[in-house]
Design a protein around this ligand. Structure first.
Ligand code: COA
Length: 253
């Protein structure tokens, strides 16, 4: 069916109003979930719904997400996609999702034994990632791009010969952190105690066991530095300013 331009425009306006209404009423509980489902009508999951969060100050949590962590603190315009699970195990610390964080489908975030998770403003986590903060914290900076199927673990199992590993206490070498503006490639695993510097790039499939300097490119199992994003003479702006300004001298991969 062919509609005239003015008719198409007014239909678009009506759709936007209709969507804004249901997004405003989406949220927790039966009615919130129902409103979210109605808002989703006619859209496909994953990235096609992330703009819902931008249209609504309180963001958008998919009705299929499982928000089972009572101490989750969300900034404005946060997107939580289908079948994301955020959960708290015994003694788990808080989960902080700063404004404009986007977590796509099938991700699992969990805290336990005093561990906390913090995701900085504008960070995106693609589908299928796992972030488990037990014993120590996991802190991910601002505008970090995390590709699908990555895993972050801030702990290990004690491996002494006292008995089955599953019966032994969890141990940790310290907090795991990722600096502002970093890019973590597909299927990367980052282990306890590791600090990834600002603006660093981690190649697909890497296992990161040691710190990675800022603006380094690291890859492999275990990950080793294979290059740098900037030579000494190249224009370089600290990630903090580059992310606030969009200057031509900013960080471009
Ligand atoms: C790391 C990466 C960014 C490339 O960086 P680069 O500086 O252009 O590296 P090059 O392609 O020049 O490769 C340099 C060396 O590192 C090796 N290398 C590159 N990526 C690697 C990886 N992921 N794992 C292991 N080794 C890798 C190359 O084989 C090459 O080795 P060689 O010198 O012995 O031939 C890229 O390979 C990568 O992994 N991208 C991530 C893609 C992804 O996950 N996308 C998801 C979309 S969000």
């Amino acid at each position: 069916m062919i509609f005239s331009k003015p008719l198409r425009r007014s239909m678009k306006r009506m759709y936007r109003k209709w969507l804004a209404f249901w997004l405003r009423h989406s949220g927790e509980g039966l009615m919130g979930g129902l409103a979210a489902r109605i808002a989703c009508l006619g859209t496909t999951p994953f990235h096609h719904r992330s703009h819902f969060a931008e249209l609504n100050l309180k963001g958008f949590v998919s009705p299929l997400a499982v928000m089972a962590h009572p101490d989750t603190f969300m900034g404005n315009h946060v997107y939580v996609g289908d079948r994301v699970m955020i959960s708290k195990s015994h003694g788990g610390g808080i989960v902080e999702l700063a404004s404009h964080v986007q977590i796509f489908g099938e991700c699992f975030l969990e805290t336990g034994r005093g561990g906390r998770i913090s995701l900085g403003e504008g960070t995106h986590i693609q589908p299928g990632c796992r972030i488990h903060a037990f014993v120590s914290d996991i802190t991910i900076g601002r505008k970090v791009d995390i590709a699908p199927c990555c895993a972050f673990y801030s702990y290990d199992h004690d491996m002494s010969l006292r008995g089955p590993i599953m019966d032994q206490p969890l141990v940790s070498d310290g907090n795991l952190s990722v600096g502002d503006g970093a890019w973590i490639g597909h299927g990367v695993t980052i282990l306890q105690g590791v600090r990834i510097g600002e603006g660093a790039v981690i190649g697909a499939g890497s296992v990161v066991t040691h710190d990675v300097p800022e603006y380094a490119i690291a890859a492999g199992v275990p990950a080793k530095v294979i290059g740098r994003r900037f030579s000494k003479n190249e224009c370089r702006m600290p990630a903090k300013e580059a992310m606030d300004t969009h200057s031509e001298c900013g960080v471009v991969v």
